[in-house]
Design a binder for this molecule. Structure first.
Ligand SMILES: Cc1cc2nc3c(=O)[nH]c(=O)nc-3n(C[C@H](O)[C@H](O)[C@H](O)COP(=O)(O)OP(=O)(O)OC[C@H]3O[C@@H](n4cnc5c(N)ncnc54)[C@H](O)[C@@H]3O)c2cc1C
Ligand code: FES
Length: 280
């Protein structure tokens, strides 16, 4: 069992949890993820490692409540435990000293996984700029934490309530227009956002890494659930990724595979909401 040490609501339906997981904390690196199960009947869900403390043996996860499993996780409180917490999984981010500025772009909940990457890039001696996008200012997360590990933050909101009005790609364009020499962009967030960033940077010639979030089941490269096409190759996001060259990812295929289970998931979520007896 893995104990929840701390729980915090960062914005409506977005929670941060500190989990006691010393073995994961000992080995994990920026860009990796875990797969957890809330209880014996629960589904396995992948979540990115948003932060870690090796000495205290703590892993921080940040998640948005969107369906049955994240709802069950959000119902847990500090002091409760969850049954499985496997990791670290996936390949870590490539962290090195770049010849130019490193930019991390986080959209919505995607800001959380960009945090350990920004910190590692900064520790490697890079100038790091974070672009943080949200629909509106009230749901922006982790601004204080991000400001502590970056040289500059650019905020974008869809409604203009904070920072640049519009999408994260507007902030990328602003950096390019002011002559920032960008060596690499790492974009994490909704698939459509990552696709937009990759489309924009392709013409600009800026190397762009995206962190893919296909459906994952076993997380070991055996089931094929997380299959993605990158360039001409078939990759499994759980073992070969989750980070890939954004200019080579087949985003339309990824979006269509993500839609495959939507009806089933909606049914499960409705089932829980209507009866109110908890999970099946
Ligand atoms: C490598 C990786 C890292 C992720 N990191 C985060 C994170 O840090 N924070 C966060 O809030 N979310 C993260 N996600 C997405 C998270 O796994 C899903 O939101 C979660 O599984 C939803 O489960 P549910 O039962 O609550 O919702 P459901 O109603 O079951 O599903 C809603 C949507 O969530 C996605 N999803 C469902 N099951 C899975 C699954 N087994 N694997 C992948 N996606 C699934 C699908 O897009 C689906 O349409 C990550 C996904 C991947 C693959
Ligand atoms: S989750 Fe099964 S192969 Fe990746």
């Amino acid at each position: 069992m893995f104990k929840i040490l701390k729980k915090e609501e960062l914005s409506p339906s977005v929670f941060s949890m500190d989990i006691e997981a010393p073995r994961v904390a000992k080995k994990c690196l920026a860009g990796q993820f875990i797969i957890l199960r809330v209880d014996e009947e629960g589904e396995r869900i992948p979540l990115t490692i948003a932060n870690f403390d090796r000495e205290k043996g703590i892993i921080n996860i940040v998640f948005q409540v969107i369906g049955a499993s994240t709802m069950a996780l959000a119902a847990k409180e500090a002091g409760d435990s969850i049954v499985d917490f496997a990791g670290p999984l996936g390949q870590p981010s490539e962290v090195k000293k770049f010849d130019g500025t490193v930019v991390v772009v986080g959209g919505g909940i995607g800001v959380a996984p960009t945090f350990p990457i920004a910190r590692a890039m900064k520790e490697a001696g890079n100038k790091v700029i974070a672009i943080m996008g949200a629909k509106t200012k009230d749901i922006l997360i982790m601004e204080k934490e991000m400001s502590e590990v970056t040289d500059e933050i650019l905020i974008t909101t869809d409604d203009g309530s904070r920072g640049i009005k519009g999408f994260v790609t507007y902030a990328v364009q602003e950096l390019v227009d002011r002559g920032e020499k960008i060596a690499q962009i790492t974009a994490i967030g909704p698939v459509i956002m990552m696709k937009s960033v990759a489309d924009a940077t392709r013409d600009m010639g800026i190397p762009t890494v995206v962190s893919l979030n296909p459906i994952m089941v076993d997380g070991t490269g055996m089931c094929g659930g997380c299959r993605v096409t990158v360039g001409d190759e078939t990759k499994f996001a759980c073992v070969d990724g989750p980070e890939f060259d954004g200019h080579k990812v087949d985003f339309p295929e990824l979006m269509s595979r993500q839609r495959m289970y939507r009806d089933m998931e909606a049914e499960e979520k409705d089932h829980i909401c209507r009866i109110g007896l908890g999970r099946k």
